[in-house]
Design a protein around this ligand. Sequence first.
Ligand code: ADP
Ligand code: MG
Length: 555
Amino acid sequence: MPSQLTRLDDATVANIAAGEVISRPARVVGELVDNALDAGASRIDIAVDGDGTDRIRVEDDGHGLSRGDAKLAVQRHTTSKLPADAGASLTDVSTLGFRGEALAAICDCATVEIVTNDGDAVGTKLRVGNGEPTVADAARGQGTTVTVTDLFADRPARRASLADPAAEFSRISDLVADYALAQPDVAFSLSHDGTKTFSTPGGGLRDALLGVYDADVARNATVVEHGTALDTEGGTGSLDLRGILTYPSVTRSTRDHIRISVAGRPVSDSGLRQAVVDGYGSLLPGDQYPIAAVDIEPPTETVDPNVHPAKQRVGLRYRDDIEIVVEETISEALSTADARRAEAAATDLTTELDGVDRRDPFADLRVIGSFRDLYLLCEDDDELLVIDQHAAHERVNYERLQAAVGDDAVPTVPLEPPESVSVSPPAASLAAAHADLLASLGFDVEPFGGGTLRVSAVPAPLGRVADANALRTTLDGLAAGETPADPRDALLAEVACHPSLKAGERLSTDEAEQLLARLGECEQPFACPHGRPTICSIDEATLAAGFDRESTRFE
Ligand code: ADP
Ligand code: MG
């Protein structure tokens, strides 16, 4: 019987291979951005029409291509990133591309125009579509612009398999956001149908987060940079971690905003994502996930970039160790973030308190300025009111906590591992005697000998996780108080203090007005929970006297 098998010709093989690399418009964007980054670009502008099959254009200011290299670049298996005899080992690759197939694959399923200049007087325009490629002179500064049109025009099945345009564009947008955060020193912009959707300035992680999300997210995030020694077969290598993490008060309901990259290459890696979530531990409210971008850079020889057709995953030789380092680094960064956690809740001035039914005492105030970013200056008829923004915000938070917790047991979260808190011996015996009361306040405390207490759970009213050290304040309240309300109030006052505005935080006029409105809703607006005043008033007569004026009116 004659053989049933045929050997495919080169054109068919190329078509099949192109299908693997370029499965959807977002893959075109990914490959073109990889090339721009490999060319050393410092800015990359991406424009997409419709679902991306209409047009994708990626423009970079990288080193560009000579005319000869441009013609070679669109052929299969041509690359400037590996020596011809690289052989089986691809683990030393430090570029994002290395297979030399992306441009060729895109040319197989679309019309491609490349305008490029490597620094010559005149650049090159190369067009690859149906028929022979055409080459012409082009005016362009150094860099490369690749425009891909009519993607999948002759592949109806591939086209039909795409989602609706909004969904395809959102994949692209998500991917560009991945790159912008994995490469925060490169400026990115993305436009859709002629409208800019976002841009980043190439000024580091916080600016990138601001570009991809918003000012609130960027403000409520902390940057981590950490190097760890990693024991490898070849000796000791280093594992560098760089990332930005939102505080637990800023969360999303999916893991999609936890972005992982390996040496600047965005990857989809559920193990490392989980390590980030584990690093947050009990700080995250149930079913909520942070916004985070974490880049890890293990020794290059321990990373295999060639395990996935679209390079969306990489092989990590010391994966288990790396996951542990990621978890520990993140946990450490967040646990030392008491002050930063404070910052995280500080902007919430817009949520109204359950109102006290009376006239707002500050209804007629006008904010006129601030002094040393701590005192708000307000005009109230003939008085100058000076408001301590920290004390005022503490009062607001305290009354919120009281309203939320009431006399019920305070919500609690476990501390893993438990923490030791050292207190005076009398306070330790007080804790033992009042274990039930402490439990109702959210503390799980056991004596641990001497003046040491083991704290295995802490209060977390309104999602504000108390510090194990808040136990000391609570015990002080217990020592001083006669009624059970005292330690409870002491605890709430302590917890209220943490997420309050700090001295040195400048408020916009809107924020200042919101703070005053919230303070006006408090039952006791004139003192902070620790009993210090929130407001000082200076009347006009006092000022007039200070300036040796006879009268407060102009003469
Ligand atoms: P690879 O990136 O794997 O090398 P590609 O097919 O993506 O393969 O690109 C082929 C070659 O074309 C690259 O090796 C590079 O030399 C060149 N090239 C592609 N895009 C650019 C660009 N934007 N700027 C400069 N050179 C480029
Ligand atoms: Mg490439």
